[in-house]
Ligand binder design. Structure first.
Ligand code: SAH
Length: 365
């Protein structure tokens, strides 16, 4: 048992079994032992690699997207470019570089980062040191939202804690983390069914309640709907809601037991994009998408950007650029191009945002 597992076991012995959301929150955010609090987990040597770490073109296209949204807003003199969960700061760095393409946008924007991890804040500071922009950091989304804003979040919602319920003949019982007979962490079920849940489903079905992710989307949506702007959420998960346990732990690019190494493996869930879109609509925003990452990036000019960069590159660089792009749009159930979806929540006064007007494109392929 690692140090956090021992602390969790002690907590459970005292207070009883804990919810999945509490388990996730402690594994990822415990001040001393939480996964994101003590280390930089990204890259080939780390536990997982994200789109901005795979290809600079990802952040450049998202930066151009933000610039186009700013223009559609009427090019306000001051705009916040906010990133939620910026990791190493690579996406913000690439967005800021691409933002230079549109005169006036760089001068109008201020960069705001919502990040809870002190280790990753330092890393972001280093990444952005040469960007020519002085970013500001915030602990919580609410603090970053002021005035017209464009908010971007890649692989942020999947790290927010959720609760799980399992259907039995009596109703929905909350799934909990307790202790087995040897004192190790083990999954269990609440004795009583949750009276507030009445959804019909076959016995054994798992229902996930992503309260924190829904709240994050609602906060962004209600801000852009009332003050102006748009929010962009990119993550893995289905376009349509369904039942199932999506909690997963990743270490050194391989799946591991969710309970085996709390705080030493990344814990994530799949994002239910249909529910996120509904949360955005309920908060007063328009919802664009969700579309697949492949469709979104191709519509924003992925191939054209790849060709432009390749013309100036050595053969080895061009090959690396092409293989990065291929990973971002790879099809199939595990390819990033289709597993990842893109959802925007926007001020309803804005037109259909770039990347989402797919019907206007010529046939691909
Ligand atoms: N967007 C980055 C990193 C994704 S990993 C990329 O694409 O590479 C998730 C990020 O969200 C990390 O930076 C992590 O520290 C941060 N994070 C996780 N939970 C958070 C919370 N509740 N509030 C703010 N940031 C959080």
């Amino acid at each position: 048992m690692n140090a956090l597992a021992q602390k969790l076991a002690e907590l459970i012995r005292q207070d009883g079994p804990i919810s999945i959301s509490r388990y996730m929150a402690l594994c990822l955010g415990h001040p001393g032992h939480g996964y994101y609090m003590k280390q930089d987990p990204f890259g080939a040597d780390g536990d997982f690699t994200t789109a901005p770490e795979i290809s600079q073109i990802f952040g450049e296209l998202v930066g151009l997207w933000a610039a186009t949204v700013w223009q559609a807003m009427g090019a306000p003199a001051a705009i916040r470019l906010v990133e939620l969960g910026p990791g190493r700061g690579t996406l913000m760095q690439d967005m800021l570089r691409a933002a230079r393409a549109l005169p006036g946008f760089r001068e109008a924007l201020s960069a705001h980062l919502v990040e809870t991890s002190p280790v990753l804040r330092e890393r972001q500071k280093a990444t952005l040191a040469a960007s020519g922009v002085e970013p500001r950091w915030h602990d919580r989304i609410e603090q970053a939202l002021e005035g017209p804003a464009i908010i971007v979040a890649n692989e942020f919602l999947d790290a927010l804690p959720l609760d799980q319920f399992i259907r039995t003949p009596e109703g929905w019982h909350e799934r909990l983390v307790g202790l087995d007979s040897e004192g190790g962490l083990a999954f269990g079920l609440a004795a009583e069914a949750d009276a507030s849940l009445s959804i019909a489903a076959p016995a054994g079905s798992v229902l996930e309640q992503p309260a924190a992710a829904l709240e994050a989307v609602a906060l962004v949506a209600s801000h852009v709907a009332t003050v102006g702007g748009a929010g962009l959420f990119i993550d893995y998960g289905p376009a349509r809601s369904g039942f199932g346990d999506t909690l997963q732990a990743l270490k050194r690019h391989a799946f591991v037991d969710v309970l085996a190494e709390p705080g030493d493996a990344d814990l994530t869930v799949h994002v239910d994009f249909a529910r996120m879109a509904l949360a955005g609509l309920a908060a007063g925003a328009a919802a664009h998408g969700a579309v697949t990452q492949r469709d979104f990036l191709l519509a924003l000019g992925l191939q054209e950007r790849l060709e432009a960069l390749s013309r100036r590159a050595t053969p080895a660089q061009a090959e690396a650029l092409a293989s990065g792009v291929e990973r971002l749009i790879e099809t199939g159930p595990t390819g990033m191009g289709e597993l990842f979806k893109v959802l925007a929540v926007a001020d309803p006064k804005l037109p259909l945002l770039p990347g989402f007007d797919l019907h206007r494109l010529p046939e691909q392929g």
